[in-house]
Design a protein around this ligand. Structure first.
Ligand code: SF4
Ligand code: SF4
Length: 383
């Protein structure tokens, strides 16, 4: 069996010269630019923009990494475009907020159309055989995925596989959350998106990762590495090793291997470049337990209400912006407004209706929503 290759390259800061050197070294370890592009091909870079944010907050793929990957392959003859579909707002406005548009303009990269899409058929998918994907992705010759290493409420960790969810335009992402509420089913859908798009190269920004209440409101944590691979399952497994997380706890790992997308078994992965052990951050704040298995009917409701973490609002931090209510895929039956005795209005969760997609926690701009495990869940998982 041919092993998957993951290049691990140290990079201690976002200094542009250092990042370009590190990206070049990582690509060389995987065979050089010629292994990924031919002159004249249109390549789309897919950073993780979530919802545009200051690069120093470690929410988004850093502009310095984005620029380095683009310039390296532009020099190899590729025409570079880029895009991401955020949860709300246009692709271009979020690119501007994250500093990528400014860098892209300077470097001659073009914004691709991630605001509109077309339906595609994917007969070999494990689960979802029809998708709408962004025109920018479908009109390109190839995609390079540039994920950010962060924690995530639904999938423990967001990395190479989950990054392609941003190739689904705008509000359609919410429909997937509503239809595929079970995290394992949702994760299988993420794998299906990847087996259709098949990005040619994944370059993970692990220079400053995010721990704790990710993917938007966690804490920046220095890891000082870039990870590069053609195999997103292997890349995510190596990222898990770095943050001391069992890759089996990430629900894309098993369907990813089953689909043929890649492998999460370390014996089938060649780690190139740095020795990984000295780089491991053992106390990285991430939930180290399996995502509860799928269930149905009363068992599912019991697990949801008594064991599965629930989103909880800190009234003191809430600015009553309404983003969580606007973005909840279930709607007002799961999350509506309530008036406090002080007269302040804040959102209120209805846990029986809430499907635990954690979009509200992910998108709250104030970090006012955290995930809290009910007592039984804490006993069950010894948290
Ligand atoms: S309340 Fe939050 S976690 Fe529950 S369904 Fe709505 S967005 Fe998802
Ligand atoms: S998104 Fe956050 S700050 Fe805005 S209303 Fe919801 S809880 Fe409050």
């Amino acid at each position: 069996m041919i092993k998957s290759k993951v290049a691990v390259v140290k990079c201690q800061s976002y200094d542009e010269k250092l990042v370009l050197e590190a990206v070049t070294r990582g690509v060389d370890l995987l065979g050089g630019t010629g292994a990924f592009v031919k002159p004249g091909e249109k390549i789309v870079l897919k950073p993780n923009v979530l919802i545009g944010s200051d690069p120093d907050k470690a929410v988004t793929t850093h502009p310095s990494l984005f620029k380095s990957v683009g310039l390296l392959f532009q020099k190899a003859g590729a025409v570079i475009q880029y895009g991401d579909s955020p949860s709300f707002g246009s692709c271009e406005s979020n690119m501007r907020r994250s500093g990528l548009k400014q860098v892209g303009d300077e470097a001659g990269f073009q914004v691709a159309d991630f605001d509109h899409g077309r339906e595609i058929s994917h007969p070999k998918a494990l689960l979802v055989k029809k998708f709408t994907l962004a025109n920018g992705v479908l009109d390109s010759d190839g995609v390079f995925s540039l994920p950010k290493l962060k924690t995530h409420g639904l999938t423990r960790f967001t990395g190479a596989v989950k990054n392609q969810f941003g190739c689904v335009p705008g509000f359609l992402k919410g429909q997937f959350h509503a239809k595929l509420a079970d995290p394992h089913v949702f994760s299988t859908m993420l794998v299906d998106i990847n087996t259709f798009i098949r990005p040619r190269l994944y370059v993970m920004d692990g220079i400053e990762g995010m721990e704790g209440n990710g993917p938007r409101n966690g804490i920046s944590r220095h890891l000082g590495v870039l990870l590069l691979s053609k195999d997103p399952i292997a890349l995510d497994a190596v990222a898990c090793k770095l943050i001391n997380l069992n890759p089996e706890f990430v629900p894309t790992s098993k369907p990813g291997e089953k689909s043929g997308l890649g492998t999460y078994h370390y014996e089938n992965i060649d780690i190139l470049g740095e020795l990984i052990e000295p780089l491991i951050v053992k106390d990285f704040q991430v939930v180290r337990k399996a995502v509860p298995a799928a269930s149905s009917g009363k068992v599912r409701t019991f697990i949801k209400n008594q064991i599965t973490p629930r989103p909880v609002i800190d009234a003191a931090k809430c600015s009553a912006c309404g983003t969580c209510i606007e973005m909840c895929p279930v709607g007002l039956t799961a999350l509506d407004w309530k008036q406090l005795k002080t007269g302040k209005k804040i959102p209120r969760h209805h846990y029986n209706k809430c499907i635990r997609c954690y979009c509200c926690q992910e998108l709250c701009p104030e970090g006012a929503i955290t995930l809290q495990t009910p007592l039984l869940g804490r006993i069950f998982f010894r948290q």
